[in-house]
Design a binder for this molecule. Structure first.
Ligand code: GDP
Ligand code: MN
Length: 378
């Protein structure tokens, strides 16, 4: 689960990291009042679950409260990477002498948390990785021992040459790691970590993703969930207990079981297609889930064809077939539906679908090939 910058800053502040104060507001008037309280010279920052806000015009410096109000009225309601801005953070404008990057994430390849630090902060770290990889240092943290003092010091010394800043950064890196652990984060990032002209090291941006599976024991973090900030498809999928990940292709996939869903996406690619999503409707036999799944898939305008791949074990194929028929009566589905069902109650399912006029297959290869061919011509 992604959280907002102002929420991530709260976690960082609680861990002791120096973070400037700020106020979250939803109207230009409130932005003006907040700016006034902070002395007028502020930054107005879009609160959306995506990076690159600065480039998109979602981070604006104001030299007066009136200007902060103007910026807020422009930023509130704008869309950044398809997400609408409902809130802005008003925070004091800092004078910046240098910008660094400090992040820690769960790295699957290393099977451990890995820190990434770079003295070239502020910009996309991916860009630095591509153009100047020597400017990034990666440090794997052995989970048996945690972050060791020499590791924190080594990273800080890679970022700064002044002892005063090395000392502050060493402490901040330790605090960031503690916040990362306490919040069960998959990512905790400060970009930029700035040095002010007075030599103070501060975090002026914060990005945190929390492991969804840990939320049951983190009620304070769970409370950060902002339904207005996530794509409607994700909210709907969670409410219906479906695992859903939006992708960029045009073949909408609806599969029971995560493994079969992965195999289906592989086969779509094998036949030259691109999946529009990963969607696992789970192992139960619940027609309501099929209806919810079809609503989510058909809400995506790039979907040209819908592909069902159902292996009936615990799932009963006739339930899925009934769900498909019910869904097509409830919602207006434009893309054609290609269905493959095999296993428990397969005969009944095929009869139900045939009666309703749907083509159905029992071979996974056949159905995926046909669906991809159709999508390619669409
Ligand atoms: P992002 O684009 O979503 O990562 O948003 P950031 O909070 O990182 O802001 C982007 C950039 O705006 C930073 O790298 C800074 O260069 C600039 N910026 C943000 N806050 C301030 C500030 O308080 N003072 C100054 N001078 N620049 C800022
Ligand atoms: Mn940033």
């Amino acid at each position: 689960m992604d959280i907002h910058e102002y929420q991530a800053k709260e976690l960082f502040r609680n861990a002791g990291i120096p973070v400037p104060p700020g106020e979250v507001v939803t109207t230009p008037e409130a932005a003006e009042a907040a700016a006034d309280k902070l002395g007028g010279k502020v930054v107005v920052k879009a609160q959306v679950h995506t990076g690159g806000r600065g480039k998109a015009g979602g981070v604006k410096l104001a030299s007066s409260a009136a200007e902060a109000r103007e910026h807020a009225s422009r930023i509130l309601g704008m869309t950044i990477n398809d997400l609408t801005v409902h809130k802005v953070l008003v925070t004091p404008a800092e004078d910046i002498a240098s910008e660094a990057y400090v992040g820690v994430l769960v790295d699957r390849k290393s099977q451990a948390p890995v820190f990434m630090v770079s003295p070239e902060g502020g910009v996309d770290i991916e860009e630095v990785a591509a153009t100047n990889p020597d400017a990034i240092r990666k440090v794997r943290i052995d989970p048996r021992y945690g972050l060791l003092p020499h590791q924190a010091y080594g990273m800080a010394a890679f970022l700064y040459s002044e002892p005063a800043q090395v000392k502050q950064a060493t402490k901040i890196i330790g605090q960031l790691y503690q916040a990362f652990l306490d919040g069960s984060c998959s990512l905790a990032e400060i970009n930029p970590l700035i040095v002010t002209p007075d030599g103070d090291v501060k975090a002026i941006d914060a990005k945190v993703s929390v492991d969804e599976s840990a939320l049951f024991r983190l009620p304070d973090v769970e409370a950060f969930r902002d339904l207005d900030a996530e794509p409607p498809s994700e909210t709907k999928a969670r409410e219906a207990s479906l695992s859903f990940v939006k992708l960029d292709g045009n073949v909408g996939c609806c599969v029971n079981g995560a493994g079969l869903a992965m195999a289906t996406m592989d086969l779509v690619k094998y036949y030259g297609g691109e999946p529009a999503n990963f969607l696992d409707i789970g192992g139960s036999s619940n027609p309501d889930k099929v209806v919810a799944a079809l609503e989510i898939i058909t809400a995506d305008p790039s979907v040209e064809v819908i592909l069902f791949n159902i292996f009936g074990g615990i799932t009963r194929c006739d339930d899925v077939a009934n769900g498909i028929v019910a869904a097509t009566k409830q919602i207006d589905i434009k893309p054609p539906i290609f269905i493959r069902l095999t296993g428990t109650n397969e005969e009944e399912a095929l009869a139900i679908l045939k009666d309703a006029g749907f083509p159905a297959y029992t071979s996974m290869d056949d159905v995926v090939e046909k669906a991809v061919q159709f999508a390619a011509q669409a």
